[in-house]
Structures are given as C-alpha cells and as structure tokens.
Write a protein that binds this ligand. Structure first.
Ligand SMILES: [Fe+2]
Ligand SMILES: [Fe+2]
Length: 148
C-alpha cells in the first residue's frame, strides 16, 4: 500500500483523544488514496463504487472528528471556537463539493489532485495550527488569548 500520509510524520498534539482520531483519519485517507490509484489503472464500476463507499466513510468519520473537537471546545469555552469551527465547516464543504464533482464527471484527476494538493497540506497545517493550540488549551486550561 502506498501512503499519501506517513503516520510517523503526522504532527502530534497535546491530547491523546485527538491524536487517535487523526491516526484513524490517516488510515482512511491512505486507503482511499490507494483506491484512487487502482481506479486510475482499472476504471471500472466496481472500483468506482469502492471509492464512493470509502469516501462516504471518510466524510462520516471527519464529521465526527470535527464534532468531537467542537464539543470539547464548547464545554471548556475555548475563546477562538468560531475560528476553529470555521476551518472545519469550510473543509467539509470542500470535501462534499469535490465528491459531487467526481460523481458527476467520473474524472479521477479531480479526486487525486484534491487529495494530493489540497487535502494533504490542509490537514497538516490544520493540525499544526488550530488543533495544536486547541489541544494545548484543553491540556493546560490556558487560552492562547489570555497569556499576559
Ligand atoms: Fe483534528
Ligand atoms: Fe480541528
């Protein structure tokens, strides 16, 4: 199996529950990426359905991933909650739009380019910024906005 993201290179944050979800996310992303590569070799209905099923699983997992972080932010009254949630909402919107474009066009490059050029850098950047700051807040009870 080819990895789009190497688990060992995934940035770690200060909360284990978040790292666990990120690891699951990377597993699904790598499985999806391999199905995309397979479809490039053999563009048949069976391989298309395998992609669609995996993408739907990934979307459901991502919805839960984001919801889990958002619930804890609300519970602990994380001040930049809206900023973090805004990135989640935008990412879900793009995931959904790409999926619809692929289903309409059957153009595998839409999915492949998105995974390689948008999703991958987005995910790493999001974990290194929003998730890192948020996990630090969860862990220490200290808001990055309240440090004097
Ligand atoms: Fe996250
Ligand atoms: Fe997040």
């Amino acid at each position: 199996m080819i990895s789009l993201i190497d688990k060992n290179n995934l940035p770690q944050v200060a909360m284990e529950f978040m790292n666990d979800v990120h690891n699951e996310d990377v597993e699904i992303i790598n499985e999806l990426y391999n199905l995309i590569l397979l479809y490039e070799q053999e563009s048949n209905q069976k391989n298309k359905e395998a992609i669609d099923k995996k993408y739907e699983d990934w979307f459901a997992h991502t919805t839960e991933h984001f919801r889990g972080e958002e619930e804890k932010m609300k519970e602990l009254q994380f001040p930049p909650y809206m900023m973090h949630k805004g990135e989640h909402d935008n990412a879900l919107y793009i995931m959904d739009t790409i999926f619809r474009t692929w289903k309409k066009s059957n153009d595998i490059t839409v999915l492949k380019n998105y995974m390689q050029n948008d999703l991958l850098p987005w995910l790493i950047h999001h974990i290194q910024t929003m998730d890192t700051v948020t996990a630090h807040f969860f862990h220490s009870g200290m808001s990055p906005c309240s440090i004097h």
